[in-house]
Design a protein around this ligand. Structure first.
Ligand code: PEP
Length: 252
């Protein structure tokens, strides 16, 4: 299984027509894309079923969120099974914008992960520290706490369906990127946490993505770290020109 992944998170952006246009541009670029990078994109949920019909074969669809429950009386929620039935293969879980703004607590993250695993939906588990934690030197401890909590119930994971994204909150949408050194340190820390939790072999199979103002101009440097397996890309995933350059940078 290849570890290199570039995942796009469109957040609440694009119309359905713009989304279709993005897929058609990616289809045109398909032949020039590296074969050793998995490409994932998370469009707004209302477009997912339609985009599954038109996406190029090398693009994997993700949802930006998923319900922590199964089917039933949960107005407005959509379940992991609903997503897989629409051709969606991954869900982002624990994104800082969900943790911060929509009550996605550690407990909710645990529930969402189990729903995904039950449904066979892949997980992109996001973790990251706010600026004050970074400044006071508590970042490793905080990430360990987030991972401990999210994966407490898991004795193993399928590395083709479980991805970790390290996203320092101070770098998301701010234009302020972690330095290559800061990213490298945290990714090495996460790899070793995974090795303690599972095994060195399993840890080596799990993709760890960097997220936070990653763009064509800094992707090479960030991805040069042995433990940075690619990126979770917000703003720079909206244009295929930028996104495809970042995909090329993730080829190792
Ligand atoms: C994100 O939302 O996961 C993200 C990394 O955003 P941006 O690239 O815009 O900082």
């Amino acid at each position: 299984m290849m570890r290199n992944i570039v995942a796009g998170n469109w957040k609440s952006n694009k119309s359905i027509n713009e989304s279709r246009e993005w897929m058609s541009e990616m289809s045109n670029l398909e032949g020039s894309m590296p074969k050793d990078v998995r490409v994932i994109v998370a469009p707004p949920a209302p477009y997912l079923a339609a985009l599954a019909e038109v996406k190029p074969s090398n693009v994997i669809l993700a949802s930006q969120t998923v319900s922590a429950t199964g089917s039933g009386a949960y107005t407005g929620e959509f379940t992991a099974d609903m997503l897989t039935s629409c051709g969606v293969e991954f869900a982002l879980i624990g994104h800082s914008e969900r943790r911060g703004g929509y009550g996605e607590t550690d407990e909710v993250v645990v529930d969402k992960i189990s729903r995904c695993i039950e449904a066979g939906l892949g997980v992109v588990l996001c973790c990251g520290e706010p600026l004050e934690v970074r400044d006071s030197g508590g970042h490793e401890e905080m990430i360990a706490r987030q991972l401990d909590s999210a994966m407490n119930n898991l004795s193993d994971v399928d590395p083709s369906k479980f991805v970790i994204a390290y996203e320092p909150i101070w770098a998301i949408g701010t234009g302020r990127t972690a330095t290559s050194e800061q990213a490298g340190e945290m990714h090495t820390f996460i790899r070793s946490w995974l090795s303690d939790k599972f095994s060195q072999e399993r840890a080596n199979q799990i993709s760890i993505l960097y997220g936070g103002s990653c763009k064509p101009s800094n992707a090479d440097e960030l991805f040069a770290n042995a433990n940075v397996d690619g990126g979770l890309i917000g703003g720079a995933s909206l244009k295929t020109e930028d996104f495809s350059q970042i995909i090329k940078a993730a080829s190792k």
